[in-house]
Design a protein. Structure first.
Length: 74
């Protein structure tokens, strides 16, 4: 397999795990806060921005890993 493809797949897996982990942690915090304040569980503006930032990073990560693998092992 070409090194850049391998790097892209590894970057995609790491990015996906980062997004999943961040979502689960934010969801846990939202549920705790909703229980504490007796409100409906929903993400606030800060948490939405945080998820958007992590998602954008996860989109760029495979490209960066592919370039890195290609430069090092290509």
């Amino acid at each position: 397999m070409h090194p850049s493809v391998e790097g892209a797949l590894i970057g995609l897996a790491i990015g996906g795990l980062l997004v999943l982990f961040e979502y689960l942690m934010l969801n846990k915090d939202v549920k705790e806060r909703s229980k504490r304040y007796h409100r409906k569980a929903e993400f606030d503006v800060t948490e939405r921005r945080r998820m958007a930032t992590i998602t954008r990073f996860a989109v760029v990560l495979p490209v960066a890993f592919a370039a890195g693998f290609w430069l090092i092992w290509g």
